[in-house]
Design a protein around this ligand. Sequence first.
Ligand code: ZN
Length: 441
Amino acid sequence: MSVNSLRELLAGLDPVAAGAAMHAFAAELQPIPRSLTGDGVRQTLARIGERIPLVAHEVPTGTPVLDWTVPREWNLRGAWVKGPDGATAVDAERSPLHVVGYSVPVRARMPLAELQEHLHSLPEHPDWVPYRTSYWKEAWGFCLADSERKRLREGDYEVSIDATLADGALTYGECFLPGESDREVLVSCHVCHPALANDNLSGLALATVLAERLATAPRRFGYRFLFVPGTIGAIAWLARSEGRLDRIEHGLVVANVGDRGGFHYKQSRRGNATIDRAVPRALAELGEEVTVEPFVPFGYDERQYCSPGFDLPVGSLTRTPWGRYPEYHTSADDLSFITPGALGGSLRAYLAVVTALEENRRYRNLAPKGEPQLGRRGLYGSVGGTIGGREREMAMLWVLNQSDGGPDLLAIAERSGVPLSRLAEAARALVDAGLLVETAG
Ligand code: ZN
């Protein structure tokens, strides 16, 4: 199935059906034991690659990337703790969250007091298992529910973490959908969290389905989707892409798009990039509320894309931002925490944003002295007399009046309150009539 424009793709989207499919895909990826590196990332990328044209890149351990070095690769075969009675107290077989990510291998016996130093739990949420990692410091540990931890009896415990931490590679995925121009839109999500649904699977599902949909429509921009392990993956991609980053015209980091909360948009470092105007406008035109927040140098990989040496126009559109819901980085961020409705609504919001980016152009009025006679050119006739004829006329007057090479269509939409789709339609008619010419951004 293909469509004539992204606007048509957006109009034809069934968010309920799309959301159900996204939830099912998240459920398919959920059991794969992801980490910063390793076979879990490769398996995840392989599943995504069954749906979209994905290239998996392998960056060898020890490769310098900007100020960082690609770490050793971690793969877990199994991890457990057995109590004094020989019964299994903790087992990573039940959930990859039970072992601290990047734990060094260990096989030992120790008294409970010593084991306690390696245990992590959440007394304030006694039935949830926390998510912990130790990527950059050699350590090992287990995570468990505080209620289970309290039941551990004195005595000697046997612990086993059967893992390899060895030279290998860092793996990330890249999917590029070419457009008519060499300008690109970057969509990036992290691929490194095991099990967690909103903080990871929702972003993976949305980016995958968005790419799937965009592949069916004509595109002005090329779309570059990145599935990278957090921080080091984005840094590796930036290091390997330095020569062509000036093609990135707009970008979004996707995460936390499956919870029931409202939309939040974190601006790019520039704060006034086109993407920073497109997101609030597109969501307002959908009838969605969005809380806009200024850039801060922490969060997800926007902090890398927006580092001062790159300063790419990349914002982040989420529902509830990271760290602002109690389930964040715990076992309670599971498949029941994300809903098909929220996922489908987020896909619709992302599609609306890219549609706005595609439709946003800047023009110059070729007959700027006085109003040109629209009737003589058949422009009233061609667009009037139908539903919305008056609105189309207003849209043409706004586009003609504002198009002095300064404001783009987004700016005209903001100022006039006329929907962007109407302005884009009017501009196309005016270009066809020889009254308007597109100017360079
Ligand atoms: Zn996270």
